[in-house]
Design a protein around this ligand. Structure first.
Ligand SMILES: [Fe+2]
Length: 230
């Protein structure tokens, strides 16, 4: 299997390129528009054909590469069914599978960070978007976020996955590349709570400033802008 984890330093976003092998079909998760050339080059070097691109949710801190990559390669744009994107080609239901040849990713609806957030389970690993971060969790104070929904998504869905499952988030701000469900359950400070009310109390008092790109990124991602439109 080909598994590449790429990093955007500006927004600290992780992007994933996945394929069953050289010369085969590929999927990209959470691409950042400014890196479209780089992704195309990697795909060419590995003789991969990009067939699907996926965003875990509507991002507020960067413009997604979904539409630029679709324009260049005609790949299919995919999100979860709760996405309000105006341009997505396929919207996956909760528990529905996305297939890339023999690789399967199961969509798990995990609202909380936003109301359109999904995690994607692929064999031994889960792509958690901003629902579960390494030593953190996604903020819940905009884009129809809800700390109570986030608690349910985390404690009743994500943390119920097998403990050895690898966690690959959409961001990390401290250079960590992955974790495990077990490690997050035991060490993530946000998850050491005894009730959903306690979790909501923490999340409602983070007092974070809005992402710098938010007013540009959210509308651009809903409309599906390409490089020459931003
Ligand atoms: Fe996000």
């Amino acid at each position: 299997m080909i598994f590449e984890q790429l990093f955007d330093t500006k927004s600290s976003t992780y992007t994933y390129i996945i394929s069953s092998g050289k010369g085969r079909e590929a999927l990209i998760i959470d691409p950042v528009i400014e890196h479209s050339d780089e992704y195309i080059k990697i795909l060419e070097n590995l003789d991969l054909k990009l067939v699907k691109v996926l965003d875990t949710h509507i991002h507020a801190d960067h413009i997604s590469g979904l539409n630029e990559l679709n324009k260049r390669t005609n790949c299919t744009r995919i999100m979860g069914e709760k996405s309000k994107s105006e341009v997505v080609d396929i919207k996956l239901k909760d528990n529905e599978n996305l297939n890339i040849e023999n690789i399967k990713l199961k969509a798990i609806y995990t609202p909380g960070h936003t109301d359109c957030s999904y995690c994607y389970l692929m064999d031994d690993r889960v792509f958690t978007g901003d629902t579960l971060l390494i030593n953190g969790t996604g903020r819940t104070d905009f884009q129809s976020g809800s700390p109570l929904d986030a608690y349910d998504s985390l404690f009743n869905k994500v943390l119920k996955l097998p403990e050895k499952t690898l966690v690959y988030p959409a961001h990390d701000y401290n250079g960590k590349k992955n974790s495990t469900i077990e490690n997050e359950k035991n060490n993530n400070p946000r998850l050491q709570v005894s009730s959903k009310e306690e979790y909501a109390e923490i999340m409602n008092n983070l007092n974070l400033s809005n992402p710098k790109m938010m007013d540009i990124a959210v509308p651009a991602n809903l409309k599906g802008l390409t490089l020459n439109q931003i």
